[in-house]
Design a protein around this ligand. Structure first.
Ligand code: MF3
Ligand code: CO
Ligand code: CO
Length: 256
């Protein structure tokens, strides 16, 4: 897990400089595919089974009103876009999974709402990491995020898509919802468990619609913007350890 997560973070550092205005999302995907392959590893998203069809690309790129599972393609990034790049690599059968949201363009080209939703998603991730401890219930994550977002923003917290246990399987038990649920109040985070925390925060409604044509792209129902950050976490006897820390990405406390 350590090798998989460290490689995935290194890939994020490699890709980050390319997430700029004028780049096609398919060009970012190509970089992900080639860098992963050239290091002898496998992009977990490529061919990953879905409800209707396998995912066709090597990463998810979700622009503006796309919440998650955006398919890289002909779209060229524009100043003012808010874009999430979600990378998952299989290294010796183990999975590392993480995502970052990028604000494209100069300060003057970025809408305050896009900045706020990005800050809110980033802070939600770190507050949740700081709130969990060995043997705590999974619901601590959702409780922390709901309290923070409702007190400070009033944004929509996506409940249909969740974090997850991770290991030799990409998605495994337990589900890690970003709002408390009956199940998450009954499950615990024991030392030795690896899981993701990946809050998706919408400027408006938490309601989403999945694209019937491609079977993957998930958009906000009201077409307002959405942001997400994700880390893979190991719970140790001493507390959570972030496995997917990057060299050059936004660090704890970052202000967007
Ligand atoms: N990386 C996503 C997650 O955080 C899952 C993407 S599945 C794919 O769980 F098939 F869409 F790539
Ligand atoms: Co992911
Ligand atoms: Co994930």
């Amino acid at each position: 897990m350590r090798n998989a997560c460290q490689f995935n973070a290194q890939l994020m550092d490699f890709v980050r400089p390319q997430v700029v205005a004028g780049t096609k999302t398919s060009a970012i995907d190509k970089i992900v595919f080639e860098y992963t392959r050239d290091h002898g590893h496998t992009p977990a998203c490529l061919g990953y089974p879905g409800e209707s069809r396998p995912f066709p690309k090597s990463c998810c790129i979700s622009v503006n009103d796309v919440i998650c599972h955006g398919i890289p393609g002909r779209y060229e990034l524009l100043p003012g876009d808010i874009v999430n790049v979600d990378l998952t690599t299989i290294v010796n059968q183990w999975h590392g999974d993480q995502s970052e949201t990028f604000l494209i363009g100069d300060a003057g080209q970025i809408h305050q709402e896009a900045r706020d939703v990005t800050q809110c998603a980033f802070d939600s991730l770190y507050l949740a990491i700081d709130a969990i401890s060995p043997e705590c219930t999974v619901s601590v994550i959702g409780e922390t995020i709901v309290d923070y977002v409702s007190a400070n923003y009033g944004f929509g917290i996506v409940d249909k898509y969740v974090g997850h246990g991770i290991g030799v399987k990409f998605h495994q038990r337990p589900n890690i919802p970003h709002v408390p649920t009956r199940q998450s109040r009954q499950e615990r985070l024991y030392p030795g468990m690896c899981f993701t925390i990946e809050p998706m925060i919408n400027a408006g409604t938490s309601r989403s619609v999945s694209d019937p044509k491609d079977g993957w792209t998930v958009r906000t129902f009201d077409r307002k913007v959405s942001a997400q950050f994700e880390h893979t976490i190991l719970m140790t006897e001493e507390g959570p350890e972030i496995m997917t820390l990057t060299q050059n990405g936004p660090q704890r406390g970052h202000q967007f």
